[in-house]
Design a binder for this molecule. Structure first.
Ligand SMILES: C[S@@+](CC[C@H](N)C(=O)[O-])C[C@H]1O[C@@H](n2cnc3c(N)ncnc32)[C@H](O)[C@@H]1O
Length: 320
């Protein structure tokens, strides 16, 4: 049994055949069964660096995508539901932009602030929600090189994103699962010590946020923590005032992101985030995150100010 981050190498043998497990009942069941215990090799593997991002794009026009997020009908249990495939469509471009650190704000500010909230990972079960291209967990393993989690589950609702996470940031022994956080999580109560959700909750309508938080609260072990980050609600509000948000559909807006992408965002104020978290039983601490000098230099396309917070960090725990 291994637990090994293979850096940028193409995965030889995916742990879960992602293409085969799209949104079927069978897929959910097999996801539940795909439990791997993790053991040695952490040191050597986690300390490996990352390589270059792929250049093979196959892009879509972001304008078309941003203004009319595509949907597909998918089977979910006995129902057929609509699912947005926006992130499937932009997955390659997202990976090119996100790369091995995220964009400038993540690279210079957010990644480190998230890592600083985590006291350690030894013996912990870790769940990442909305993992995107999967760059963060290898960073976590490198930061805690020498510590061995008991379980590592990397999830996203987009199969294309998960494919990229597996082929570019493959961690041997980790579980890769398609999970839409507005659905029940296929995990037992109190089964994770750490849940990560970076730039995910802002992409959910409030009803789905509430559902996701209830599930986070259910699967989080006592003494564990949920760490989440969102674009700061004041920043989103300022974009809205400037007329920089367009309609994304589904009750969401589209905000300008790196590389001309427009990303879905809710215009939810801080109090609504806090209420949803508290209603799910969480004790919440927040931290405003400001852009540093390097972020300001590199994000020249987006008018941001060093005096205004760009991101918001939530640190959520359950009462003892
Ligand atoms: C802005 S990206 C953030 C990705 C990564 N966490 C990061 O910080 O780079 C948002 C991710 O959330 C995923 N996502 C959006 N809605 C979701 C949902 N309902 N359930 C699970 N993942 C979702 C998207 O597919 C996308 O990969």
């Amino acid at each position: 049994m291994r637990f090994c981050h293979a850096g940028h190498k193409k995965a030889q043998k995916p742990i879960v055949p992602l293409k085969a497990m799209r949104y079927t009942r069978q897929a959910q069941l097999s996801a539940r069964l795909s439990t791997y215990s993790l053991s040695e090799n952490l040191n050597a593997c986690a300390s490996r660096g990352s390589g270059a991002v792929p250049s093979n794009e196959g892009w879509f026009s972001h304008k078309t995508l941003a203004l009319s997020p595509a949907e597909v009908r998918v089977q979910k249990g006995k129902e057929t539901i609509a699912r947005t495939i926006y992130y499937d469509q932009i997955a390659k471009k997202w990976h090119r932009l996100t790369g091995y650190h995220g964009g400038p704000f993540k690279r210079y500010v957010l990644n480190d602030r998230i890592l600083q909230q985590i006291p350690g990972i030894a013996g912990n079960a870790i769940l990442e929600l909305g993992a995107g291209n999967g760059y963060f967990v290898p960073m976590l393993l490198r930061r805690f090189s020498g510590q061995l989690p008991s379980r590592l589950v990397i999830t996203d609702q987009s199969s294309e994103q998960l494919d990229i996470a597996q082929s570019n940031f493959f961690i041997d022994g980790a579980e890769y699962e398609i999970l839409d956080v507005s659905d029940p999580f296929p995990f037992p109560d109190q089964s994770f010590h750490l849940i990560l959700a970076s730039m995910l909750f802002n992409e959910l309508i409030t009803r789905n946020l509430e559902q996701a938080l209830k599930e986070c609260s259910r699967v989080l072990a006592k003494g564990g923590q949920l760490i989440a980050a969102v674009p700061h609600p004041d920043f989103v509000h300022s974009l809205s005032k400037k007329g920089a948000l367009t309609d994304f559909g589904h009750g969401l807006f589209a905000m300008p992101g790196a590389g001309g992408l427009r990303l879905p965002v809710s215009r939810r104020p801080l109090v609504t985030y806090l209420k949803a978290m508290q209603d799910s039983g969480f004790i919440v601490e927040t931290e405003d995150l400001y852009p540093d000098e390097k972020t300001l230099n590199e994000k020249s396309g987006l008018t941001i100010s060093a005096r205004k917070p760009l991101g918001l960090l939530f640190k959520c725990s359950l009462p003892e």
